[in-house]
Write a protein that binds this ligand. Structure first.
Ligand SMILES: [Zn+2]
Length: 264
């Protein structure tokens, strides 16, 4: 009996602190998928090609506003070192457009429209937008969306093989078309949005931006809704739970933010 007690005590002493830490870190930093059918190289190619296509569009007016460009550059410089992405040379463009919008593409490319600077008018809020977009890239949400399309195509291809046989070889052509349009520009799923919100505020904390600004930003975004919701909302489906979920994650990232502030 005594021996059992001793063992129990030992277990408690050994695992007690571990369990306490595990509970504190119950909401871990979201991580990219271990495996996707679409390789990082394929995803990068699709994303960078789509970025080039956007720049080549005659309707896309590049903004050379020095202040806007400086702010985006600084945010990428501060936050992307904490993003585990295959492509480290992040590039961005500011597009002259009053619609508040921003997006990131696989292959580490970011675009921010000038209208976004009006809603996200502090560095912390703008960092919330950009952190969220960087997170979509690290978490490889485009690849995961393309993966689900591969699933559809594989089933379609296998059925097609029995009849025609050429569908399967078109898989990657279809994938590019899907990647450039749907994979990049379709709304993300609620789950992916939540993950990006969490990882986005984690980057903010690491880089010394106040993570609480993410909740403020979403409140503002929703308020700016009304009859003509901001374009960002159309590719970033939101609901009343979103701000609440960001706020629930804050206790996990605020100590990281405070640590960053102490360190700098
Ligand atoms: Zn998003």
């Amino acid at each position: 009996m005594k021996w059992n007690k001793a063992v129990q005590g030992l277990i408690a002493a050994t695992f007690g602190p571990v369990m306490a830490v595990a509970i504190l870190h119950a909401q871990p930093r979201p991580e990219p998928p271990k495996f996707t059918f679409v390789s990082p190289a394929q995803e990068m190619q699709i994303g960078q090609q789509a970025f080039q296509d956007i720049l080549n569009q005659s309707s896309a007016k590049i903004s050379h506003n020095p202040e806007h460009n400086r702010r985006v550059a600084e945010m990428l410089e501060r936050m992307t070192p904490y993003a585990n992405t295959a492509v480290r040379d992040w590039q961005f463009v500011v597009i002259e457009d009053d619609t508040p919008n921003a997006f990131a593409l696989p292959g580490s490319r970011v675009a921010v429209q000038t209208g976004m600077f009006k809603i996200a008018d502090t560095d912390d809020m703008l960092a919330a937008v950009i952190g969220h977009e960087i997170a979509h890239v690290e978490l490889r949400h485009a690849a995961r969306r393309m993966d689900s399309q591969i699933g559809v195509n594989l089933v379609g291809g296998l059925i097609g093989q029995a009849t025609k046989g050429d569908k399967f070889s078109n898989l990657y052509n279809n994938l590019y078309a899907f990647g450039a349009k749907g994979g990049v520009l379709l709304p993300y799923s609620r789950k992916h949005e939540l993950e990006s919100d969490q990882l986005g505020v984690w980057y903010m904390a690491k880089a010394g931006y106040d993570p609480r600004a993410a909740a403020t930003l979403w409140k503002r975004m929703t308020k700016a809704g009304g009859k003509k919701p901001p374009e960002w909302l159309s590719t970033h489906p939101t609901d009343s739970r979103r701000v609440q979920e960001i706020e629930e994650y804050l206790p996990f990232v605020m100590p990281i933010y405070e640590e960053t502030l102490r360190g700098s």
